[in-house]
Structure formats: C-alpha cells, structure tokens
Design a protein around this ligand. Structure first.
Ligand SMILES: Nc1ncnc2c1ncn2[C@@H]1O[C@H](COP(=O)(O)OP(=O)(O)OP(=O)(O)O)[C@@H](O)[C@H]1O
Ligand SMILES: [Mg+2]
Length: 269
C-alpha cells in the first residue's frame, strides 16, 4: 500500500521488521556494487553500512576511483546495487515502483553532478527550471521559481545568460540552484568544488553550508578536499570498498590545499 509523505512522494509502507528510526533520512545496509570491466571485476562498494540523520551534513572523502560517485548514484536511485539495501526514511528504494522512483529523483533529492550536466545552449533559468518542467509545472511559474533560485545562489542578474557562457563557478551555482528548485529533503553533491580554484571552492562550499541551513536540508557531499570536508558534521572515508570514520584522516589535515589525491589547486573559475 502506498502512502503520501511530507516529501511529496508516494512511498511504500515500511517493510515489517525494519528498525530505521523516523529521524533517519537515508540508510545503506550491506550495500555492494560490482562492475565488470572485461574479465576484471571492480568492487567499489563492498559492504557499506551507514545512515544519515535529518539535518546532518556528512562528507565522504576517498581517493579517486574509490566509489564516491557510485555510492551517491545508488543513494539517488540513479543506479541499482548488486546487493544490499538503500532506505529513504523508512522506505526501501528497491520497493519503489517506476513512478515513485521518478518522483523520488525529481522531488525528494537534489543532485549536484560531478560534471554539472547543464544544457549549455539553454539559459541559466531554463536549466534551473528543468526539474519543475519535468514535474509538470507550467513554464511561466517554473521560470519564476528558477529566477528565485538563481537569486539565492547570487546569480539573479545572469538568469538569461546561456549556461555555456558562464564561468565554472557560476555554472556550479546554477547546478546547485537546479538541485534545490524542487525543495528536496536530501542534497547529494558529488565533488561540488572539484573543478574550482581555492577561492571559488570556498565560496561554493559556503553557499552549500548556507543553503543546507536555510533549506533545512540533509546533505551528503563527496569531496577530495579534506579542509572543506571537515567542516561537515561528520566525515566518512571510502576506501577499499568500505566506509569508515574520518577522524584519523582528519587529524593530519593542516592546510586548505590538503586533499586525498586532490588535483593541484588552480582550476578554472
Ligand atoms: N559503469 C561503470 N562500469 C564499469 N566500471 C565503473 C562504472 N562506474 C564506475 N566504475 C568503476 O568503479 C570505480 C569507482 O568509480 P567512482 O566514479 O565511483 O569513483 P570516485 O570515488 O567517484 O572517483 P573520483 O574521485 O575520481 O570521482 C572506478 O574504478 C570506476 O572505474
Ligand atoms: Mg566521482
């Protein structure tokens, strides 16, 4: 039986016997993901158990190729696990019907992609409006809300500019506005500062921190940058298929440029 929740998504009743507390927004249980590359099996996630509580900001760090994007994609139901489970609140994603999955992706979560995936020939406001249009919002209202969202990320005056003409930092702001335009519960951001220089990375991180609070979000950020990562409520390290506490890794963080396998600072802005 489906029920309507405050997230706007019609969710399956919670399977009997599960114990996810109501304040838990997302939970992974014995999550595994294998890929096959020729004869080789790659196992980025080899038994992941963790949960994130309402209002928490959690960062996930780990070397390139460790599986951070893979994990975020599973949490976002953009890919399916080889085995194990992902729960959104008390609902097992694998139990969602197609329409519920689409609703979950469109309304319950906001996803900031590692490569922001904007449509370069469309304007900033058209890009931000896209999730609303997909959700059936009339064009005028969608564009009005998109402009409002662009105002929140400091780009009110660039709403009519084509996304391809914006700088890297501005494009990332547009991607963040797009992720939040449907007022999601959960923000999943994959390397939101990855391609930016230090100053722009700091500005984008501050923006996410601000929006996390003002939108009452629960946020999970994947990042190489330990200096930024440690400003989250909790840091987790993904390595060798396992997710562990980042306390030890953080003990050695000394400068803003510190990172795990981070590219040298000085990317484009
Ligand atoms: N669709 C796929 N098919 C085969 N292998 C894949 C696929 N997606 C990811 N992988 C592999 O899984 C591993 C984890 O990739 P993933 O992109 O999740 O790492 P990451 O931690 O996000 O890395 P980065 O920090 O560079 O973004 C890599 O070895 C990658 O090559
Ligand atoms: Mg990645």
């Amino acid at each position: 039986m489906a029920r309507q929740t405050d997230t706007g998504v019609a969710l399956q009743d919670f399977p009997a016997g599960q114990v996810t507390p109501p304040s838990t927004v997302v939970r992974a249980e014995a999550l595994r993901k294998y890929f096959h590359s020729g004869a080789q099996q790659i196992t980025p996630l080899d038994g992941i158990d963790f949960s994130v509580e309402r209002g928490e900001m959690v960062s996930i760090v780990g070397p390139s190729g460790a599986g951070k994007s893979t994990l975020l994609h599973l949490l976002a139901a953009l890919d399916t696990p080889t085995s194990g489970a992902v729960y959104f609140a008390r609902n097992l994603l694998q139990d969602f019907r197609e329409a519920e999955l689409a609703e979950y992706r469109n309304r319950s979560i906001g996803f900031v992609w590692q490569r922001h995936h904007l449509l370069p020939d469309f304007t900033a406001s058209e890009n931000v409006a896209m999730p609303l249009l997909v959700g059936g919002e009339p064009l005028e209202e969608a564009l009005r809300r998109a402009r409002e969202g662009l105002g929140e990320v400091g780009l009110a005056d660039r709403a009519g500019q084509r996304a391809g003409e914006l700088s890297g930092g501005e494009q990332q702001r547009v991607a963040i506005a797009r992720a939040l335009v449907n007022r999601p519960v959960l923000l999943l951001a994959d390397e939101p500062t990855g391609d930016l220089d230090e100053r722009n990375a700091e500005a984008i991180f501050q923006l996410i921190e601000h929006l996390h609070r003002s939108h009452h979000l629960t946020s999970i950020l994947a990042t190489h940058n330990l200096w930024l990562a440690r400003r989250a409520d909790r840091v987790l390290v993904l390595e060798h298929g396992k997710l562990t506490s980042g306390t030890e890794v953080l003990a050695g963080v000394g400068s803003p440029a510190a990172g795990i396998g981070a590219p040298a600072p000085g990317g484009h802005a």
